[in-house]
Design a protein around this ligand. Sequence first.
Ligand code: 4AD
Ligand code: MG
Length: 445
Amino acid sequence: KCSSQIISILEKPNINDVTEVKGWVKNLRIQKELIFADVSDGSCNKKLQVVIPKNLSTDTLSYGSSIYVTGQLSKSPRGQLELVADTLKVIGRCVVAEGYPFNPRTTHTSDYIRQYLHLRSRTNYMSAILRIRNAVTMLIYDFFHSRNFINIHTPILTSNDCEGAGEVFKVQPDCETTVKAMMKEGRDNDAVYFGSKTFLTVSGQLHLEAICRGMGNVYTLGPTFRAENSRSRLHLSEFYMLEAELAFCDKLEQLQIVVEKLLKHIFTKIRDTNEADLYLIDKENNKLPSWIDKSFIIITYEEAKNLLNKKDLTVTKEGINKEQELALIEYCGGVPVFVVEWPKEMKSFYMRECQDDNTKVDAFDLLTPITGEVVGGSLREDNYNKLKAKLPSEQLNWYVELRKFGNIPTGGFGLGLERLLQVLCKISNIKDTIPFPRWPHNCNM
Ligand code: 4AD
Ligand code: MG
């Protein structure tokens, strides 16, 4: 007996092979003597038709139940591949009347499916997204590995607030005996465990910079946390960020080239492996985006502002907002746009001043349709004294010290994985791109 996943059976069917399949029933058609079950095992979005003689069936065989079936692979009279069952076992029953929220006759909306985070991987919609998320992760690793970047695991627990926005989750021990013992030692209540205030990381950048200054090009893909009070369709409290740091990098274009190539790599290659998943999520998504063979557009912040002002979308001191980002993209015909040369006061302390204008920093935001900003990057201030003067806290003295010994110019960027998936799959709500989304008031499982 060959035990195969449905993806391999469909890719390379060996007719007449005796095969076993384990999966979930996605649809049942009951006829006089035969039952036709469409079975999925999560390996792809296609279903394998299983033909079950009625005498093998039991009461517990229903939509949603999990089954183990053995039989012979055959071609139906209409030429369709099917498994003709000779044994069938229902592993786990599934009864709609007991509260199973999905049924095969309704097209459930994504808002409806999102109410059942623990069960939603059973839907075609969510399982397609999770397979794409897996494939994109692999493509990111491929891309950097083939360019000899070293993958680094940066810490989750940290004493720095990299972005300086104060949107950090503080970490405190909840173990009373540990806390009491530490208090006895006369430690400050706030900083009792590590001896300094500790947060969940908002970005691995500063740690990546440390390694980059010893080993060259590096990257990381891991969870990051932001205590933003935002319930928008674009923000999560916990999201995955790809961050890369390039050694000996003193031109913003060096970063932009990598970002543009990375996006084009992902958008092209994903179609080799997950075309059907993309199509299932969005029927219009069967072709490459129109920008795939165009160069991304580059405009300065000043130019973007003037352009928007002219269109009566007046940019305030707060900066370009989401509506304006999307208007800019539309104006550029949907081609991704790098907005460069940002006013210094709008960006983080670590960014390098532009050489010919010290009111600006050498940073970019990459804007795309659907999300607006999807990547943020910059050259890093590599002058010891300038950086020291801008340092937000003494906690970061180690970060300035990196500039003291064998320093090099570096630059890097961060790409939000969930936002990228929104753009790739044309999904308007970011909560549908991550298995278990966290947002304010929502972390119940
Ligand atoms: O622009 P950000 O804040 O940049 C950084 O954190 C830099 N330290 C990265 C670096 O240079 N190494 O975040 C980068 C990207 C954003 O462009 C966005 O795509 C995503 O992370 N992002 C979020 N995604 C989901 N929910 C949130 N709350 C996000 N905040 C940022
Ligand atoms: Mg940003």
